[in-house]
Write a protein that binds this ligand. Structure first.
Ligand SMILES: CC(C)(COP(=O)(O)OP(=O)(O)OC[C@H]1O[C@@H](n2cnc3c(N)ncnc32)[C@H](O)[C@@H]1OP(=O)(O)O)[C@@H](O)C(=O)NCCC(=O)NCCS
Length: 172
């Protein structure tokens, strides 16, 4: 592995603004989003004020140089100000991205497994929203997320964290 994983602190908000932008799925042949889109009310709530109680996230950094290549983070939302994958007030929602030139090399998988193992000590489950045509759906299913609903072209998926420690033991 040529990257390390470290926990995100409250001073890492700028990393998450970039990762929020990188997490926006652009379907094949479509144009990239304008940068400003991340400051819309529905998206900014994934990052704004990072470091509040319940926030938990990790960044992957290159071992040589320390450049951030990806991040995975959890945040709790409310019914009044939900995330796209909101299910209830005690299930945090996942955001994640890997920089384009680093995708498909295992960084996202190791970030996600690391985050889920850490989250299992705090939460019962984790949710997410993903476009049905996003290849990331395969990754999420592989680590145990299950579809609970579909809204337009987006799937809401949930992973129970009850057996995360034992899953890891079985896999090693
Ligand atoms: C999704 C993402 C975080 C995965 O990280 P990664 O380092 O590429 O993932 P890994 O190399 O560990 O695992 C590969 C899996 O990631 C997914 N993946 C790979 N390239 C991808 C891409 N360009 N876009 C989306 N998912 C991709 C696939 O599920 C792939 O599984 P497969 O090998 O069965 O096809 C990363 O690809 C990404 O940032 N994609 C664009 C933004 C995005 O879609 N974020 C998720 C929003 S819900």
């Amino acid at each position: 592995m040529n990257h390390s994983i470290r926990q995100l602190s409250h001073s890492d908000q700028s990393i998450l603004w970039e990762m929020l932008y990188q997490s926006l799925h652009v379907a094949e042949g479509e144009q990239a989003f304008a940068r400003e889109v991340i400051y819309s009310p529905e998206l900014r709530r994934y990052v704004e004020g990072w470091g509040r109680p319940g926030d938990l996230g990790f960044a992957a950094t290159e071992k040589s140089g320390g450049e951030v290549v990806g991040a995975a983070w959890l945040r709790m939302f409310t019914e009044d100000e939900p995330g796209y994958g909101y299910v209830n007030d005690h299930t945090p929602e996942l955001g994640m991205a890997v920089m384009p030139h680093q995708r498909g090399q295992g960084v996202g998988s190791s970030l996600l497994i690391h985050l889920l193992e850490s989250a299992a000590t705090v939460y019962y489950s984790v949710s997410l929203s993903v476009s049905a045509d996003n290849p990331a759906v395969r990754l999420y299913k592989r680590v145990g997320f299950e579809q609970v609903s579909i809204n337009g072209g987006s799937l809401t998926m949930i992973k129970s964290l009850q057996n995360v420690g034992t899953e890891r033991q079985r896999a090693t």
